[in-house]
Write a protein that binds this ligand. Sequence first.
Ligand SMILES: NC(=O)c1ccc[n+]([C@@H]2O[C@H](COP(=O)([O-])OP(=O)(O)OC[C@H]3O[C@@H](n4cnc5c(N)ncnc54)[C@H](OP(=O)(O)O)[C@@H]3O)[C@@H](O)[C@H]2O)c1
Length: 258
Amino acid sequence: MTHASLSRPDPTSPSTYDLSGKRVVVVGGKTGIGLGIAKAAHRAGAAVTVASRRSVSAAERPDLAEFEQISLDIRDETAVRAAFETIGSLDHLVVTAGPELGSWGAFMDEDMRGLRSYLEGKFLGSWTCARHAAPRLPPGGSITLLTGGTAAKPKRGLTAVMATFAAVEAMSRSLALELGPVRVNTIRPGYVDTGLWDALPEAERADLREKVRANFPARHVGTIADIGHAAVFLMTNPYVTGSLLEVSGGELLVDWLF
Ligand SMILES: NC(=O)c1ccc[n+]([C@@H]2O[C@H](COP(=O)([O-])OP(=O)(O)OC[C@H]3O[C@@H](n4cnc5c(N)ncnc54)[C@H](OP(=O)(O)O)[C@@H]3O)[C@@H](O)[C@H]2O)c1
């Protein structure tokens, strides 16, 4: 057997969605899209830690019993550093955490508090988590960040969201280069029916769902499991880095909301 054949991976060995023996940390993983990713990773065999500000008991949230829980606010770098010191080594980080709907403020607001807090809770928060996880990730481990269709399609009143999401996507590509062989990717979801939309009256929310079902090319209302599936792919495929994976039912191909 030659040296070359020894060092070359077997091209016939199948890629799998298996995360057995891996440790996955999902920041934002106690609700919504993060929870979908945590469940998908757990189903694929990983030991999963979910982190966010709230701390919930097993009685309140029996569905979180299969995960280790950590409380942290991603706007607080000291807390993030301490959390990753406690976590120790991990194989994959996913950051879905982001501020509440409507918290970003408008461009012509009296001051820029909305923008600053949105940037802090999304862009700087994702940056901080990636920064403190990176030294603890193995070669081939991964970081997955999360944005949304607004990164690519401007909507009136959402300038802060567009700029923030675009910044997260740019950071993700740059980190793929900077942190390799750790892989770094972004998921850009379309509308996903989560608690994020709880702020809307139920009738408005039902109307939104109907618009998605009627207008998105996939004719399907995105679920947290759809995003979980994509996240496990990004964690397990060793050749994907610097990628932007749109999981959106084709949202950006149509005009549907504004
Ligand atoms: N759902 C959609 O249709 C959709 C579409 C495109 C993009 N997105 C984006 O996807 C992300 C996740 O959305 P989602 O639908 O999953 O919403 P979600 O259910 O409200 O999840 C957000 C999570 O982030 C955590 N979080 C918020 N601020 C935090 C902070 N400062 N530190 C730590 N954790 C924090 C929250 O938990 P705690 O309250 O416990 O901290 C919550 O678990 C958001 O950035 C959203 O803009 C969503």
